[in-house]
Design a protein around this ligand. Sequence first.
Ligand code: CU
Length: 544
Amino acid sequence: MKTVKKVPLPKKPMINIRQKASFKKAILITLGFLASFVVLITVVSFIFAEIQVPRFVNRDLVIQNKLIVLPLLEPEVVGEEKVFVLSAEQGETILLDGKPTNTVGYNGSYLGPTLRAHKGDHVRIVLTNNLSKPVTAHWHGMHLPAIMDGGPHQEIAPGEVWEPHWTIENEAATLWYHPHVIEHSGEEVYSGLAGLFIVDDENSDSLSLPKVYGVDDVPLIVQDREFREDGQFVFAPQRKDELGHTGMLGDAILVNGTYAPFVDVPAKQIRLRILNASNARRYNFGFEDRRTFYQIATDGGLLLSPVARTRMILAPGERAEVIVDLTGETEPLALISDAVHEENEVLRFVRTMINAERDENQIFKIIELRPQPTAEVIENLPQLLNSIEPLPSTSAVRTRRFILDPRNRSINGEVMDHQYVNEVVRSGDVEIWEIINLSGTFHPFHIHGVQFQILDRGGKPPADYELGWKDTMLVSNAEIVHVIMRFPEFSDPHTPYMYHCHILEHEDMGMMGQFIVTEENTFDEEIHIEAIDSGTESYHNHAP
Ligand SMILES: [Cu+2]
């Protein structure tokens, strides 16, 4: 008998109507999610693309004005001294469209002449204040006694004369001078008070670098300004930019007080000494064709060797010297400032969403270099520029911490108080200063009387182009930077030096502190109160 194997029938899927509906719903929900995700991604990438496309602010600028090369101020030699005579003057300057602007300047109506001296020179400045308000002249980057520094304690009243004098101890560098009056530095620099102070030394004399002032060694003082219809400056120190940081930002670029400038230069290697003398704007310098150039100097001197770069961020107060090779070229070449993309992108995105302004996502034409035929021999760029002895962190006797406060424009919770000395430093000591930026924006940190070396940025060694002497450095948001320096041998328990943010509006709002350099071997808090009484000024202590 044959047995028939029973083959079970395939089970019919048991779906009732209700289940069918929920399955459909699940598919629909999934599809919905997918669709929203795609839409979201599209929107986000669109916004990101929009954020990341920088605006070329002055693309159509007609370059038509020959660059003003600020004159070298000829000193008078009196005995052993080189005497430079300066005066702060009120005036009118035609900067834009033939309309006069009310300005101030040293020995003229806008900016000041270039002072130039050699290491070892004894210099004296005779500075008369012909303005109706107090001024100072701070020798930014100079190694000199505090009383000669031109900070807020060396105010020159209207009609008065101030005569600082010192021996140049700095090595070859591009330094500068500008007012430093409490709460008014921003306004005074903005209206035109600033100039260069170039130092030479035996090393810079001996190097085969372009060094004919204004010809192949061209100083560029870069400033942004905003003009009213009638030609007057707009000065709005409380303006907030994309990052919510307050400071004066303009949309018109002046170089040495020249709007839309060009400069004729020999078609060879050219040296540019660039000073960011703007109140609050950072620049990301480079050439329009993204060619490589060589940075040869930082704020306080020549680098060890040239560093190849295509873009270079300079914060207010910083300087750099660069070499660009125009050998055999005939076409004009624009120096531009590219968008600054150095901030944290996520933070940047959030801020851009909150505030539509994108002040640092802008491109500016700065100046056009117009190469002219030359018979000059092509020189190779020297590969060894300087000897810089690194200060090892083990040589530091202490570390001080400076917290750039997120809540207000303060340092370590203190706003500038003319009568309060924040720090007491022993002359000749090597110290590490730790700068912690807890605020949501960058701050260029400047220390008077010294040149420092950057030890690290967030634990990472500084880039090659920062391995030189600095007096001002960019501290980005959420960044910790360590610098090391040897304090001056000059000791003066009565006159403080300053350290501060070089966004001039932040400085004016009180983001500044004072330190005295003294021979005292004690580190007694009492010194804050007692030792600093010059008779003309009295100081006090904030501590109970
Ligand atoms: Cu600041």
